[in-house]
Design a binder for this molecule. Structure first.
Ligand SMILES: Nc1nc2c(ncn2[C@@H]2O[C@H](COP(=O)(O)OP(=O)(O)O)[C@@H](O)[C@H]2O)c(=O)[nH]1
Ligand SMILES: [Mg+2]
Length: 548
């Protein structure tokens, strides 16, 4: 019996990703389930309600589907995105009473989101969470969707995470967050990210970070591949010109000289992220097949969000469909997170595609296993080669057998460095239903010590601004300046923990519950050794240096 997940989407990015996710999940379910019955699988993410009554009573599993309502809260301190969800093609899916919006926004300021909007809306958020929880048989976990670079998702999102820890400590808190790209247009994004990291480290059970750099890189890779295919398919497409392009400007000509796997060349004037956001979506490949538009016209970030939606869809598929080895979000957390603060998982997927109807991406089952341990398929720019893995999961969709999966894992494990006391740390999920249009897919989640690379460049960007106290006054309007130092120290000590575990295979003392309270990890290394610990020191080598 699947248990329910309550999704809380916060800020522009969180709501836009949520919108893509719900659209994908609904389409997939409609494709797989040919009956109009509200089944247990649907109940994990949706309520079935009777709209003839104003209070929308829930109908039990086994009834005919009347109206599905997503189990989610829509939170944003600007109204635009939430309004567009509530009036757009998916409007019926959302319960407008489960929205929390304001008008003026958090101005890309974590402190405004956390310290102003947090306390202002706490009661209302708790009330809506309570209501949503009461509508569940057995609430399994909260799933928070947000970005770290802005103000609302970052500040209010992490405030909500901590409030959930106080309010319902027994319910797991799973987070999917988007990290800013290095050339993000929000100048304060390094501050917002580091300030948001502290609650993410302390109050989340498991975090799946994705970065806009990595998402953009993948989008550009897919575009290059599809452009090649389009050129080959052009003569097969028999739709009027403007119908084919959804009435938009024509796609750029295919670069025929490029190979399918080669990344597109970056133009001087265009960042990788801009390129990924601005390029047209691919033209449908066959006659009669139109670009799906149910979630509205394509907007910036849509294709990047589509990748995150695929990630979330694959992550939760075994909660929604049958399979011989089901793996829910709590089991992932339980199996992949041996130490509480080291809960940032590196995700990679194969095959990679946009949209709801995949082009037939010709990846063999074995190729997919090789793909997911390569950087081109990772949703975060981190190089895990040579780093120690604490645990790994492979969530396979399609009719693969456990023997097939084990054979592939057997090959992979020879190349991976594992913790000596945890060498069997492989978790497998097998979901019978493959993504629509594909025979198989593989989602890999790795808890690797290389995770500290996720934060290293943000730490550098943070230090560059903070050393000159640039923009700090915007924050001290709402918080004490010490909060910067505390957040920095928390992130810094986590980085050291990862490096320590990687090098010594010893559990850092901050990972023992009693020591965590004293944050003694920072005592493992002299403060000045941080630069060398991150590989940036003159020696370029990590040398643990006890203080006493
Ligand atoms: N991948 C992705 N990134 C987004 C999206 N919207 C905004 N961002 C990024 O998120 C950060 C700004 O956060 P945003 O969600 O707009 O701010 P908020 O509304 O205050 O939470 C910047 O790094 C943006 O590049 C989105 O829909 N998808
Ligand atoms: Mg906003």
């Amino acid at each position: 019996m699947p248990r329910e997940v309550l999704t809380i989407q916060v800020g522009q990015c969180g709501n836009q990703i949520g919108c893509r996710f719900w659209d994908l999940v609904l389409r997939e379910h409609a494709f797989v389930s040919k009956t109009a019955v509200y089944d247990a699988a649907l109940s994990s993410f949706f309520r079935n309600v009777d709209t003839r009554h104003a209070n929308l009573p829930s109908l039990p599993v086994g009834d005919q589907i009347r109206t599905l309502k997503a189990r989610c809260l829509l939170v944003d301190m600007e109204e635009g995105v939430v309004n567009s969800l509530l009036t757009g093609p998916l409007a019926e899916l959302f319960d407008a009473r489960q929205r929390i919006t304001d008008v003026s926004g958090a101005g890309n300021n974590w402190a405004h989101g956390y310290h102003v909007y947090g306390p202002t809306y706490r009661e209302s958020i708790e009330e809506k969470v309570r209501k949503a929880a009461e509508q569940c048989d057995s609430l399994q976990c909260f799933l928070l969707l947000h970005s770290l670079g802005g103000g609302t998702g970052s500040g209010l999102g992490t405030y909500i995470l901590e409030a959930l820890e106080d309010y319902m400590p027994e319910v797991f808190r799973f987070v999917s967050c988007v990290c800013p790209s290095r050339d993000d247009d929000v100048v304060t994004s390094p501050y917002n990210t580091i300030l948001a990291m502290r609650p993410l480290i302390e109050a989340a059970h498991c975090v799946l970070p994705t970065s806009n750099d990595a998402l953009a890189g993948i989008c550009n890779q897919i575009s290059a591949r599809d452009a090649g295919e389009d050129a080959a398919q052009a003569t097969l497409i028999d739709l009027p010109q403007d119908e084919r392009q959804g009435g938009r400007r024509p796609p750029r000509p295919a670069r025929t000289s490029r190979t399918a796997s080669a990344p597109p060349r970056k133009r001087d004037t265009e960042s990788v992220v801009e390129a990924a956001m601005l390029r047209e979506a691919p033209v449908p490949r066959s006659a009669g097949e139109r670009r799906p538009r149910s979630a509205g016209a394509e907007r910036p970030f849509d294709r990047m969000n589509s990748l995150v939606a695929h990630l979330l869809n694959n992550l939760t598929s075994s909660m929604r469909f049958e399979g011989s080895l089901n793996l829910d979000l709590n089991e992932i957390t339980m199996n992949l997170v041996p130490f509480p603060r080291m809960h940032f998982l590196l995700a990679s997927m194969s095959p990679l595609y946009f949209g709801k109807d995949p082009r037939l991406v010709s990846r063999g089952f074995h190729q997919m296993f090789s793909d997911v341990v390569t950087q081109g398929h990772q949703l975060m720019n981190v190089d895990p080669r040579g780093s120690t893995y604490m645990a790994l999961a492979f969530l396979v969709r399609g009719s693969a057998s456990i023997a097939d999966v084990n054979r592939n894992i057997g090959q992979l494990r020879k190349k991976l460095k594992l913790l000596p006391f945890n060498e069997d740390a492989f978790k497998i999920g097998l979901c019978k239903v493959a993504p629509r249009g594909l025979p198989y897919s593989v989602l890999h989640l790795g808890n690797t010590c290389a995770a500290h690379q996720m934060f290293s460049h943000t730490v550098k960007d943070f230090s560059r601004l903070y050393s000159r106290k640039a923009h700090v006054h915007h924050y001290t309007n709402f918080m004490e300046r010490e909060e910067f130092d505390q957040a920095f120290e928390t992130v810094n000590s986590l980085i050291k923990d990862y490096i320590h575990l990687d090098m010594l295979h010893e559990t850092p003392t901050s990972c023992y519950p009693e020591a965590a309270a004293h944050n003694s990890a920072s005592m493992l290394l002299a403060p000045s050794s941080f630069a060398s610990a991150t590989g940036q020191g003159p020696a370029g080598r990590f040398v643990p240096r006890p203080l006493i």
